[in-house]
Ligand binder design. Structure first.
Ligand SMILES: [Zn+2]
Length: 126
């Protein structure tokens, strides 16, 4: 029997003969990761699938307007986790944009040696 490691949780994976190219184990979180990866690839490859998914979910939202409202009421832990993750994403985005600013300033500083006549450091907040 061939043994490999699951690419999601890195546990030992006993390869089954009838499943070709098996990369994930049978744990729920690993199967969810496999499905998410499949969907991500499918969306990247096929524009038709992307637009049909968008149309489907738009219709679904129209038919189920209060679904998320009820879901949040029933799942307070989900709401807390979502808020925490959302804050983390905002923080990460902000940090990334600050990093870009630093990179731009560094590039400008390198150029100021050659372009000192055209640029003043005070123009860039120094
Ligand atoms: Zn796994």
């Amino acid at each position: 029997m061939n043994i490999n490691n699951c690419i999601n949780c890195n546990c030992k994976l006993y390869l089954k003969k009838h499943i070709s190219n098996q990369k994930y184990c049978s744990k729920i979180e690993c199967q969810n990761a496999r499905r998410a990866e499949w969907k991500r690839r499918k969306l990247k490859r096929e524009q038709d699938y992307k637009s049909s998914q968008k149309t489907y979910w738009n219709k679904w939202n129209v038919n189920n307007p209060d679904y998320w409202k009820h879901y949040r009421k029933k799942h307070p832990i989900y709401v807390k986790q979502n808020k925490y993750k959302s804050k983390a994403r905002v923080k990460q985005k902000r940090h990334a944009s600050e990093f870009k600013k630093v990179v731009k300033i560094k590039l400008i500083n390198k150029n100021t040696v050659n372009l000192s006549i055209n640029f003043n450091l005070s123009d860039f907040g120094f």
